[in-house]
Design a protein around this ligand. Structure first.
Ligand code: NAP
Length: 476
């Protein structure tokens, strides 16, 4: 049985929990059962939320108060960790063990944001470095950029919301948040925790409802000075086009490559790839998707990798032993199956999986797909990876880079020279060495190049995006 609790949830607007007379149903991706009904907002509530956020910022919160609230939220989340993990499982279909990791990471995100709230500072400008500056003192201050509009995806419904609202509070910005319609409950839990931690009215407003209506208000209202968006490339870049005068920070998709050199610890590489290609059914923006193995090590890697993938436990995400659960929707599951079939028709071999078991797509390995197959260059976002031999490192790097995306990539090798050389040539925001590129710790600067985005998230980087430098010059 999936973990489901049927309940009604209100929205947080200007410090009040409101109903709207209209409801949105949240259903379990595993068995379709009703998880909760959430009050549904539209443009009217979105405008009221921007009003509330603007009013809140007229009375700035000092850094120590912002930090105290952030620390309290981290503590309160720790106390409700089991409930938070079960809720992620219920709304997103994420296996419970992965959901528990997400909760621990969200606590870390809040803790790191609290550090930023206390340490955010400007810089001294060495004024007497030029004759013109002699006799003057100058420094910069970091001031909040203004009201932040935040839009988050379904796949990390707790921690990716934390990555927006915790740094925003650290920076001194009020937020209007629109979480994914499929998974709004974790965002509402964080709102509850911030509210209980003493956040004054208007600093966080959470609206669940039609993306276009709420998104349009965030785009069109000039008081929203920054939009922070995590989600798909198509939606993200369109938002940026529509809001040329705002800062629009984008964290988008990837088609994550891994290169395994023959001098690597092949067993270790196979174990890390097997664990990281299928966690949450591949629905992570940095799920291992394309594995390139140097020909001399190919058979050994394959022999170590395939049995590990076949040993993954597929089933009910609420079961503690489950590794791979459902995709977010049947239409997504069917899309991934179509991509696998397209690769097979183009000459690839399905090593394992490629079919449903009890409505769940089994972990799938596709060997030697054509270079132009979708699985070779686009984002699969499902429990599927490709396996391909190569002869030279140049060839592997060229294949890894042959995508419009550039978020994270990985290389396994025992040669420092190879690792550092590849890290410069791989066109990605981050490169992991002897670790799967699915790795992320929350204090890291995380973000992509090319179609994967235009910013870096992680509290230390996000607070800088959410503040502006104000120069002060003093005549002595
Ligand atoms: P999505 O369909 O783009 O949705 C993301 C968010 O955008 C949701 O809240 C969605 O609302 C909203 N949205 C949709 N259309 C909109 C519009 N016209 N205006 C304003 N907002 C709009 O993405 P997803 O399927 O939830 O998430 C999967 C994608 O996110 C993948 O591509 C994945 O790689 C990427 N991702 C990237 C990162 C990263 O840090 N780089 C992390 C996680 C995921 P509704 O739910 O109401 O439609």
């Amino acid at each position: 049985m999936a973990t489901t609790t049927s309940a009604e949830r209100k929205l947080l607007l200007d410090g009040e929990w409101i109903e709207t007379g209209d409801w949105l149903e949240v259903a379990s991706p595993y068995d379709g059962s009703l998880v909760a009904r959430v009050a549904k907002a539209g443009a009217e509530e979105a405008r009221a939320a921007v009003d509330a956020a603007e009013r809140a910022m007229l009375d700035p919160l000092p850094a120590h108060k912002r930090a105290e609230i952030l620390v309290r939220v981290a503590g309160a989340l720790g106390k409700r960790a089991d409930e938070a993990a079960r809720q992620i499982t219920a709304e997103a279909g994420k296996p419970l063990k992965a959901a528990r990791v997400e909760v621990a990471r969200a606590m870390s995100t809040y803790t790191m944001a609290a550090v930023e709230a206390r340490t955010l500072a400007g810089e001294m400008v060495p004024m007497d470095a030029s004759q013109a500056g002699e006799g003057k003192l100058a420094f910069t201050q970091r001031v909040p950029i203004g009201v932040v509009g935040a839009i988050s995806p379904f796949n990390f419904p707790l921690n990716l919301v934390a990555h927006k609202i915790a740094p925003a509070l650290a920076a001194g910005c009020a937020v209007v948040l629109k979480p994914a319609s499929q998974t709004p409950l974790s965002a509402l839990l964080l709102a509850e925790l911030e509210h209980e931690a003493g956040l004054p009215p208007g600093w966080l407003n959470v609206l669940v409802g039609p993306a276009s209506e709420i998104g349009d208000v965030l785009v069109e209202d000039e008081r929203v000075t920054l939009i922070t968006f995590t989600g798909s490339a198509g939606v993200g870049w369109k938002l940026r086009e529509r809001a040329p005068r705002k800062r629009v920070n984008l964290e988008l998709g990837n088609a994550t490559p891994v290169i395994v050199e023959a001098d690597a610890d092949v067993e270790d590489a196979a174990a890390r790839c097997a664990a990281n290609a299928f966690s949450f059914a591949g629905q992570s923006c940095i799920s291992v998707q394309r594995i390139y193995v140097q020909r001399d090590a190919y058979d050994a890697f394959r022999a170590a990798f395939v049995p590990r993938v076949e040993a993954l436990v597929v089933g009910d995400p609420a079961d503690d032993v489950t590794d791979v659960g459902p995709l977010i929707s049947q239409s997504e599951r069917d899309r991934v199956l179509t991509w696998v079939e397209e690769a097979r028709e183009g000459g690839a071999t399905i090593v394992t999986g490629g079919r449903l078991d009890d409505d769940l797509l089994l972990p799938t390995i596709v060997e030697m797909p054509a270079a132009d197959a979708k699985l070779s260059c686009d984002e699969a976002f499902g429990p599927v990876c490709t396996l391909q031999p190569y002869d030279t490192l140049d060839e592997a790097i060229e294949a890894a880079n042959a995508t419009r995306y550039g978020l994270q990539a990985g290389i396994f090798t025992s040669s420092l020279r190879t690792a550092l050389g590849a890290s410069r040539r791989l066109e990605f925001g981050g490169v992991t060495v002897n670790e799967a590129p699915t790795f992320r710790a929350d204090q890291m600067p995380y973000g992509g190049v090319k179609d994967s985005g235009n910013t870096r998230e992680g509290p230390a980087w996000a607070v800088r995006e959410m503040t502006e430098e104000r120069l002060v010059v003093v005549q002595l």
